[in-house]
Design a binder for this molecule. Sequence first.
Ligand code: MCN
Length: 792
Amino acid sequence: MSVESVDPDEVDAADILGSAIERREDPALLTGDAEYTDDIQLPQMAHMVVKRSQHAHAAINDVDTAAAEEMDEVVAVFTAEDIDVPGNLPVGWLLDTLEQVDHPILARDRVRYQGDAIAVVVAEERYAAHDAVDAIDVDYERREAVTSPRAALNGAADLHDDAPGNTAFEWEIGDETKTEQAFADASHTASVDLENQLLIPNAMEPRGAVADYNPSTEELEVAMTTQNPHLHRLLMSGVIDHPEHKLQIRAPDVGGGFGSKIHHYADEALAAWTAKQLERPVKWIATRSETYLTDAQGRGHETHGEIAMDDDGDIVGLKIETDANLGAYLSTFAPAVPTYLYGTLLSGQYDIPAIHCEVTGAFTNVPPVDAYRGAGRPEASYVVERLIDLAASEMEMDPAEFRRQNFVPDDAFPYETQVAVVYDSGDYEKTLDRALEMLDYEDFRERQAEAREDGKYLGVGFSAYIEACGLAPSELAGQLGAQAGLWESSLVRFHPSGTVTAFCGTSGHGQGHDTTYAQIVANELGIEYDDVDVVEGDTDEIPHGMGTYGSRSAAVGGSSLVKSARKVVEKAKSIAAHQLEADEDDLEFEAGEFRVAGAPDRSMHIQEIAQQAYLAHDMPGEMEPGLEATSFYDPDNFVFPFGMHAAVVEVDPDTGELEFERYVAVDDVGNQINPKIVEGQIHGGVAQGIGQALYEGAEYDDNGQLLTGSMQDYAVPKAEHIPEMETDSTVTPSPHNPLGVKGVGEAGTIAAPQAVVNAVVDALEPFGVDHIDMPLKDEKIWRAVHENGGEE
Ligand code: MCN
């Protein structure tokens, strides 16, 4: 059910919101006209390269930079001893039990993961800087390394003196007593031990920064690969001790992030600090290998889960214990991911009366672990949906019908879960019914039974996912430990000629905001889509902002634009009433036109009013000239998109090979601003989810050396590995924002992994296979089949 794109010129202005118009940002991106950070060339620009630890865990006895300093074209070499600013990366989310540890931008006396920054070289040319980095001699004293969170928490050598036992925090949610009682009273239980493997984000464009310092004005401009320029400005100003109002952070075109460009890393701060030290522009661009070693990774859970049912197959309780990998240091939002973005989603789409979850955060010798597309919510959805299948099997019930029986009913919204959130709106049976219809489910089960008789193993896997996005209501986020409110801000400005620039504090990096935001603003103002331009990603142009992550831009940024546009319309209305000599209450506003009720010939278009607002001197009363408005929009609640994905696979038990037959996705993201962009987001997300299910995973050896440090070894799926996706949607608007939208940017990634794993387990049911950890490589599947002798 592929959505057809349309040319915006063929869409009536009144229908622009909700139209599948082509993305206006694509021509520049596809023809090479886009400007990425590495495209920036400044006069006198030098290049910075980072000396990184080759060991995962070691004490540093000495760093000898003498040879490097002598090399041709080397401008400067800096180590931790030279850092004269705080130089400690902050954590933006706190928990009561959190052990905060130092995270210096250059390691002082200890390195804690392979790739930890030890020194930087700045040289006239990038390759000269790389050569000089190789000439730096580090005297290491190796320590034992640990990469599994469970092992780290159970007797491994401590990484930090301030965090004994490698425990970063202990956190719980839900009611333990009630849950224990529910399990004691239950007649059936099922359980699973699973690993949700570490993932490397793999944005197409590696991280980078170009910093330019002007000593006479003390202004420091940093163009960098960021998803949230304003937050980076705030954090960086503290790290390098530079006044925030003299620091400009600008996001040129950013080639994807998937969460990895939210966090504050050492490298970008070092580029800014060295530019200031040397009073000349400095560029730092990560190599692909460096992104593998240093980009914040995602997931990394080891979990034990149990589910309890009564005789009728109603779920009565859920118990989850998770050891979460945080890596070597706390990354910016790391404490939030395996806690509030995970534990609060453990009710899934189900009405579960008792839930208890305990999470222990562990320091290990891998790069910091933080948000990666979905961040906590895929982990929650995965454990819930795996347990649901195991529970259905325990009850000898069909997995689709077991889900239906336990769904939160459609008349129960707003629905308060046992894990501290209130779902805004939902109709879960609708997405299930549509998916079953698309699958021709009854027919599939018959085909499956017949195929088994012929020695062919087909399986279907369901994923009834839910996510919380639209991050976030500031009050709630503050109560949960966020160090900043998560509102969004915007400015809608009419120019005298009637065109509009819409500024927003989000910072798109592939999601199509130039298109969808223009659709929103054009619709509110009743003007042509082509008359609206969108600006994001620059702290000097946009007063404030919180950035793009947590699928928040449509729900929070888009709503802020609606709020600003409506303020503009209000002011325009006063001007129109004055000019038309009518009462404001008698004015109707439609399609950009203010009309006096009952006198249709007395009207003014909002673009005409814009001209009047700037150029005429005939304003009502004391009203100031100009036609623009700013807003801060702070939502009342998260939004909760949901859906039903289903994979159909065939597994060859003799080889462990797997083939997709179908992939069906029915998503509900509320009202859709642009159905083509929504579909594209689902496609990209599902591809990443399938990547996790089948191929991807950061693997380390016993010394903490990354074994999957290149695209040769870390298998990102190629187009040929991804099945044709059959997509459809239902629409259940969110009552919490004026657009009725829910986020879509992470939905596919949250939904896909368990659909695939459940399908494989379903296919292998005759062999007694009830769980296989991701990634489901052929060998693992084969081993699972043969563990029980390979006999049915
Ligand atoms: N949209 C819509 N109707 C809705 C919801 C959204 O038309 N009901 C549109 C929005 O206007 C926007 C797009 O869909 O153009 C995504 O919107 P939203 O769900 O609000 O997500 P964000 O824009 O905040 O993007 C963040 C999200 C996240 S968290 C990750 S991770 C991710 C993703 O977006 N990373 C991406 N999608 C990505 N896409 C690309 N190309 N690159 C990434 O790095």
